[in-house]
Write a protein that binds this ligand. Structure first.
Ligand SMILES: NC(=O)c1ccc[n+]([C@@H]2O[C@H](COP(=O)([O-])OP(=O)(O)OC[C@H]3O[C@@H](n4cnc5c(N)ncnc54)[C@H](OP(=O)(O)O)[C@@H]3O)[C@@H](O)[C@H]2O)c1
Length: 353
């Protein structure tokens, strides 16, 4: 176990297996950088200064970084609502994209209490498409020993969203009938596995091409959304997680039991300004006047949720689904694949560990 050091000690003093103390960690690093909003073509691999962690932050040597829809929104600055949320009006405030991360801590800020150099962690960072990244210690947990760095790197953002949607927001209970719309994607693959772990009977809706994946992670039934209408069975589900496809509230309600719960997690499209957030607002406004509970949420990025998720991964109830690994320089390609709907589960950047 490495001795705990604060960040104001030279980073080169912090030895680890791959970066021994005799070889100072470089002051510069490779990173994907964007200086304006846009699609994948605005991303470039560049040499930049390594970040320095703030008082409550740690510096992580990145082993792998996940690719998710949130990154796509931040790279493109779409919907514009994202920019108003504090990410930069005309260009990204943080020029290095990437949120999900897994790696090894190489330095800690002076107020960090939960980690020390040498710890293997996963969670949410401030620009993980780089050799090193800084992260708030409150957005990290110790990496489960049962999974690779690639698997850990695709877990936090999607996994805690699925966990909160099912439990804190959806109140899932043993024996309930749950429909996961968007079951083959980042959030959906966690939602299916977690719902099964909570004792639910799970139906997953996905494209035909990914039906085998959804079945393999435990769904009791798989609906090909292009061929089969989930509304056709009538008011069947106690809980619906609406993650993809932007179905109307009316249609979603028709598949929900009279006292069931609809949790709108997301869904692409819906306009450049708001991303169609009006659907979520309408659901919240309507909810008090109907027997069903219609709700939405934005996930809380806190280590308590990441640790809850880690426990489900550690005990084998949840296996992070890694589609393909991309080199750091191929982040633009990884984002294009995501946008084209060609990713099963999640894509990852970085080598296996
Ligand atoms: N509320 C929050 O805090 C929060 C957190 C994370 C993400 N989100 C949002 O949640 C959404 C999903 O994120 P993600 O990371 O899971 O994205 P993703 O990995 O791209 O997955 C999207 C899913 O939607 C499915 N889908 C696409 N078109 C569909 C249709 N017409 N009908 C039914 N399903 C369809 C896809 O199925 P196929 O690929 O099989 O076609 C896939 O399973 C995004 O909008 C994201 O911004 C919200």
């Amino acid at each position: 176990m490495n001795e705990r050091r604060s960040f104001d000690q030279p980073i080169a003093e912090v030895g680890n297996d791959r970066s021994p103390a005799s070889e100072p960690a470089p002051r510069q690093m490779q990173a994907i950088v964007q200086h304006r909003y846009g699609t994948a073509e605005v991303l470039e691999l560049q040499t930049v200064d390594r970040p320095e962690p703030g008082r409550n932050e740690v510096l992580i040597e990145v082993e792998a970084a996940g690719v998710d829809r949130g990154v796509w929104h931040l790279v493109t600055g779409l919907p514009y609502l994202v920019r108003l949320a504090g990410y930069g009006i005309t260009k990204p405030k943080n020029p290095i994209p990437g949120l999900d991360v897994a790696g090894r801590i190489v330095a800690v800020g002076p107020d960090v209490t939960r980690f020390q150099p040498g710890d293997e962690v996963f969670g949410i960072a401030k620009g993980s498409y780089a050799d090193y990244t800084a992260a708030d210690e409150n957005k990290l947990a110790h990496k489960p020993s049962t999974v690779t760095s690639q698997q850990a790197a695709v877990a936090a953002i999607s996994g805690i969203t699925a966990l909160q949607a099912l439990t804190d927001i959806g109140g899932v209970r043993d024996g309930q009938s749950v429909l996961v719309i968007g079951a083959s994607g980042g959030v959906g693959t966690y939602a299916v596995q977690l719902a099964k772990a909570f004792g639910a009977i799970v139906t997953g809706a996905s494209s035909a091409a990914k039906a085998d994946l959804v079945r393999s992670i435990g769904a009791d039934r798989v609906i090909d959304y292009a061929e089969e209408d989930f509304v056709a069975d009538g008011p069947t589900y106690d809980l619906i997680l609406d993650i993809g496809g932007r179905n109307s509230i009316r249609r979603l309600r028709r598949a929900l039991q009279p006292a069931g719960t609809l949790v709108i997690v997301g869904g692409e499209g819906g306009g450049r300004w708001t991303g169609g957030v009006g659907r979520q607002l309408r659901a919240m406004l309507l909810s008090p006047f109907v027997g069903q509970r219609l709700t939405t949420f934005i996930s809380t990025e806190h280590y308590t949720h990441i640790e809850r998720l880690a426990a489900h991964i550690e005990n084998g109830e949840v296996v992070p689904i890694v589609d393909r690994a991309f080199d750091l320089g191929d982040v633009p390609l990884a984002l294009r694949e995501l946008e084209a709907g060609r990713v099963r589960g999640k894509a990852v950047v970085g080598a296996a560990a």
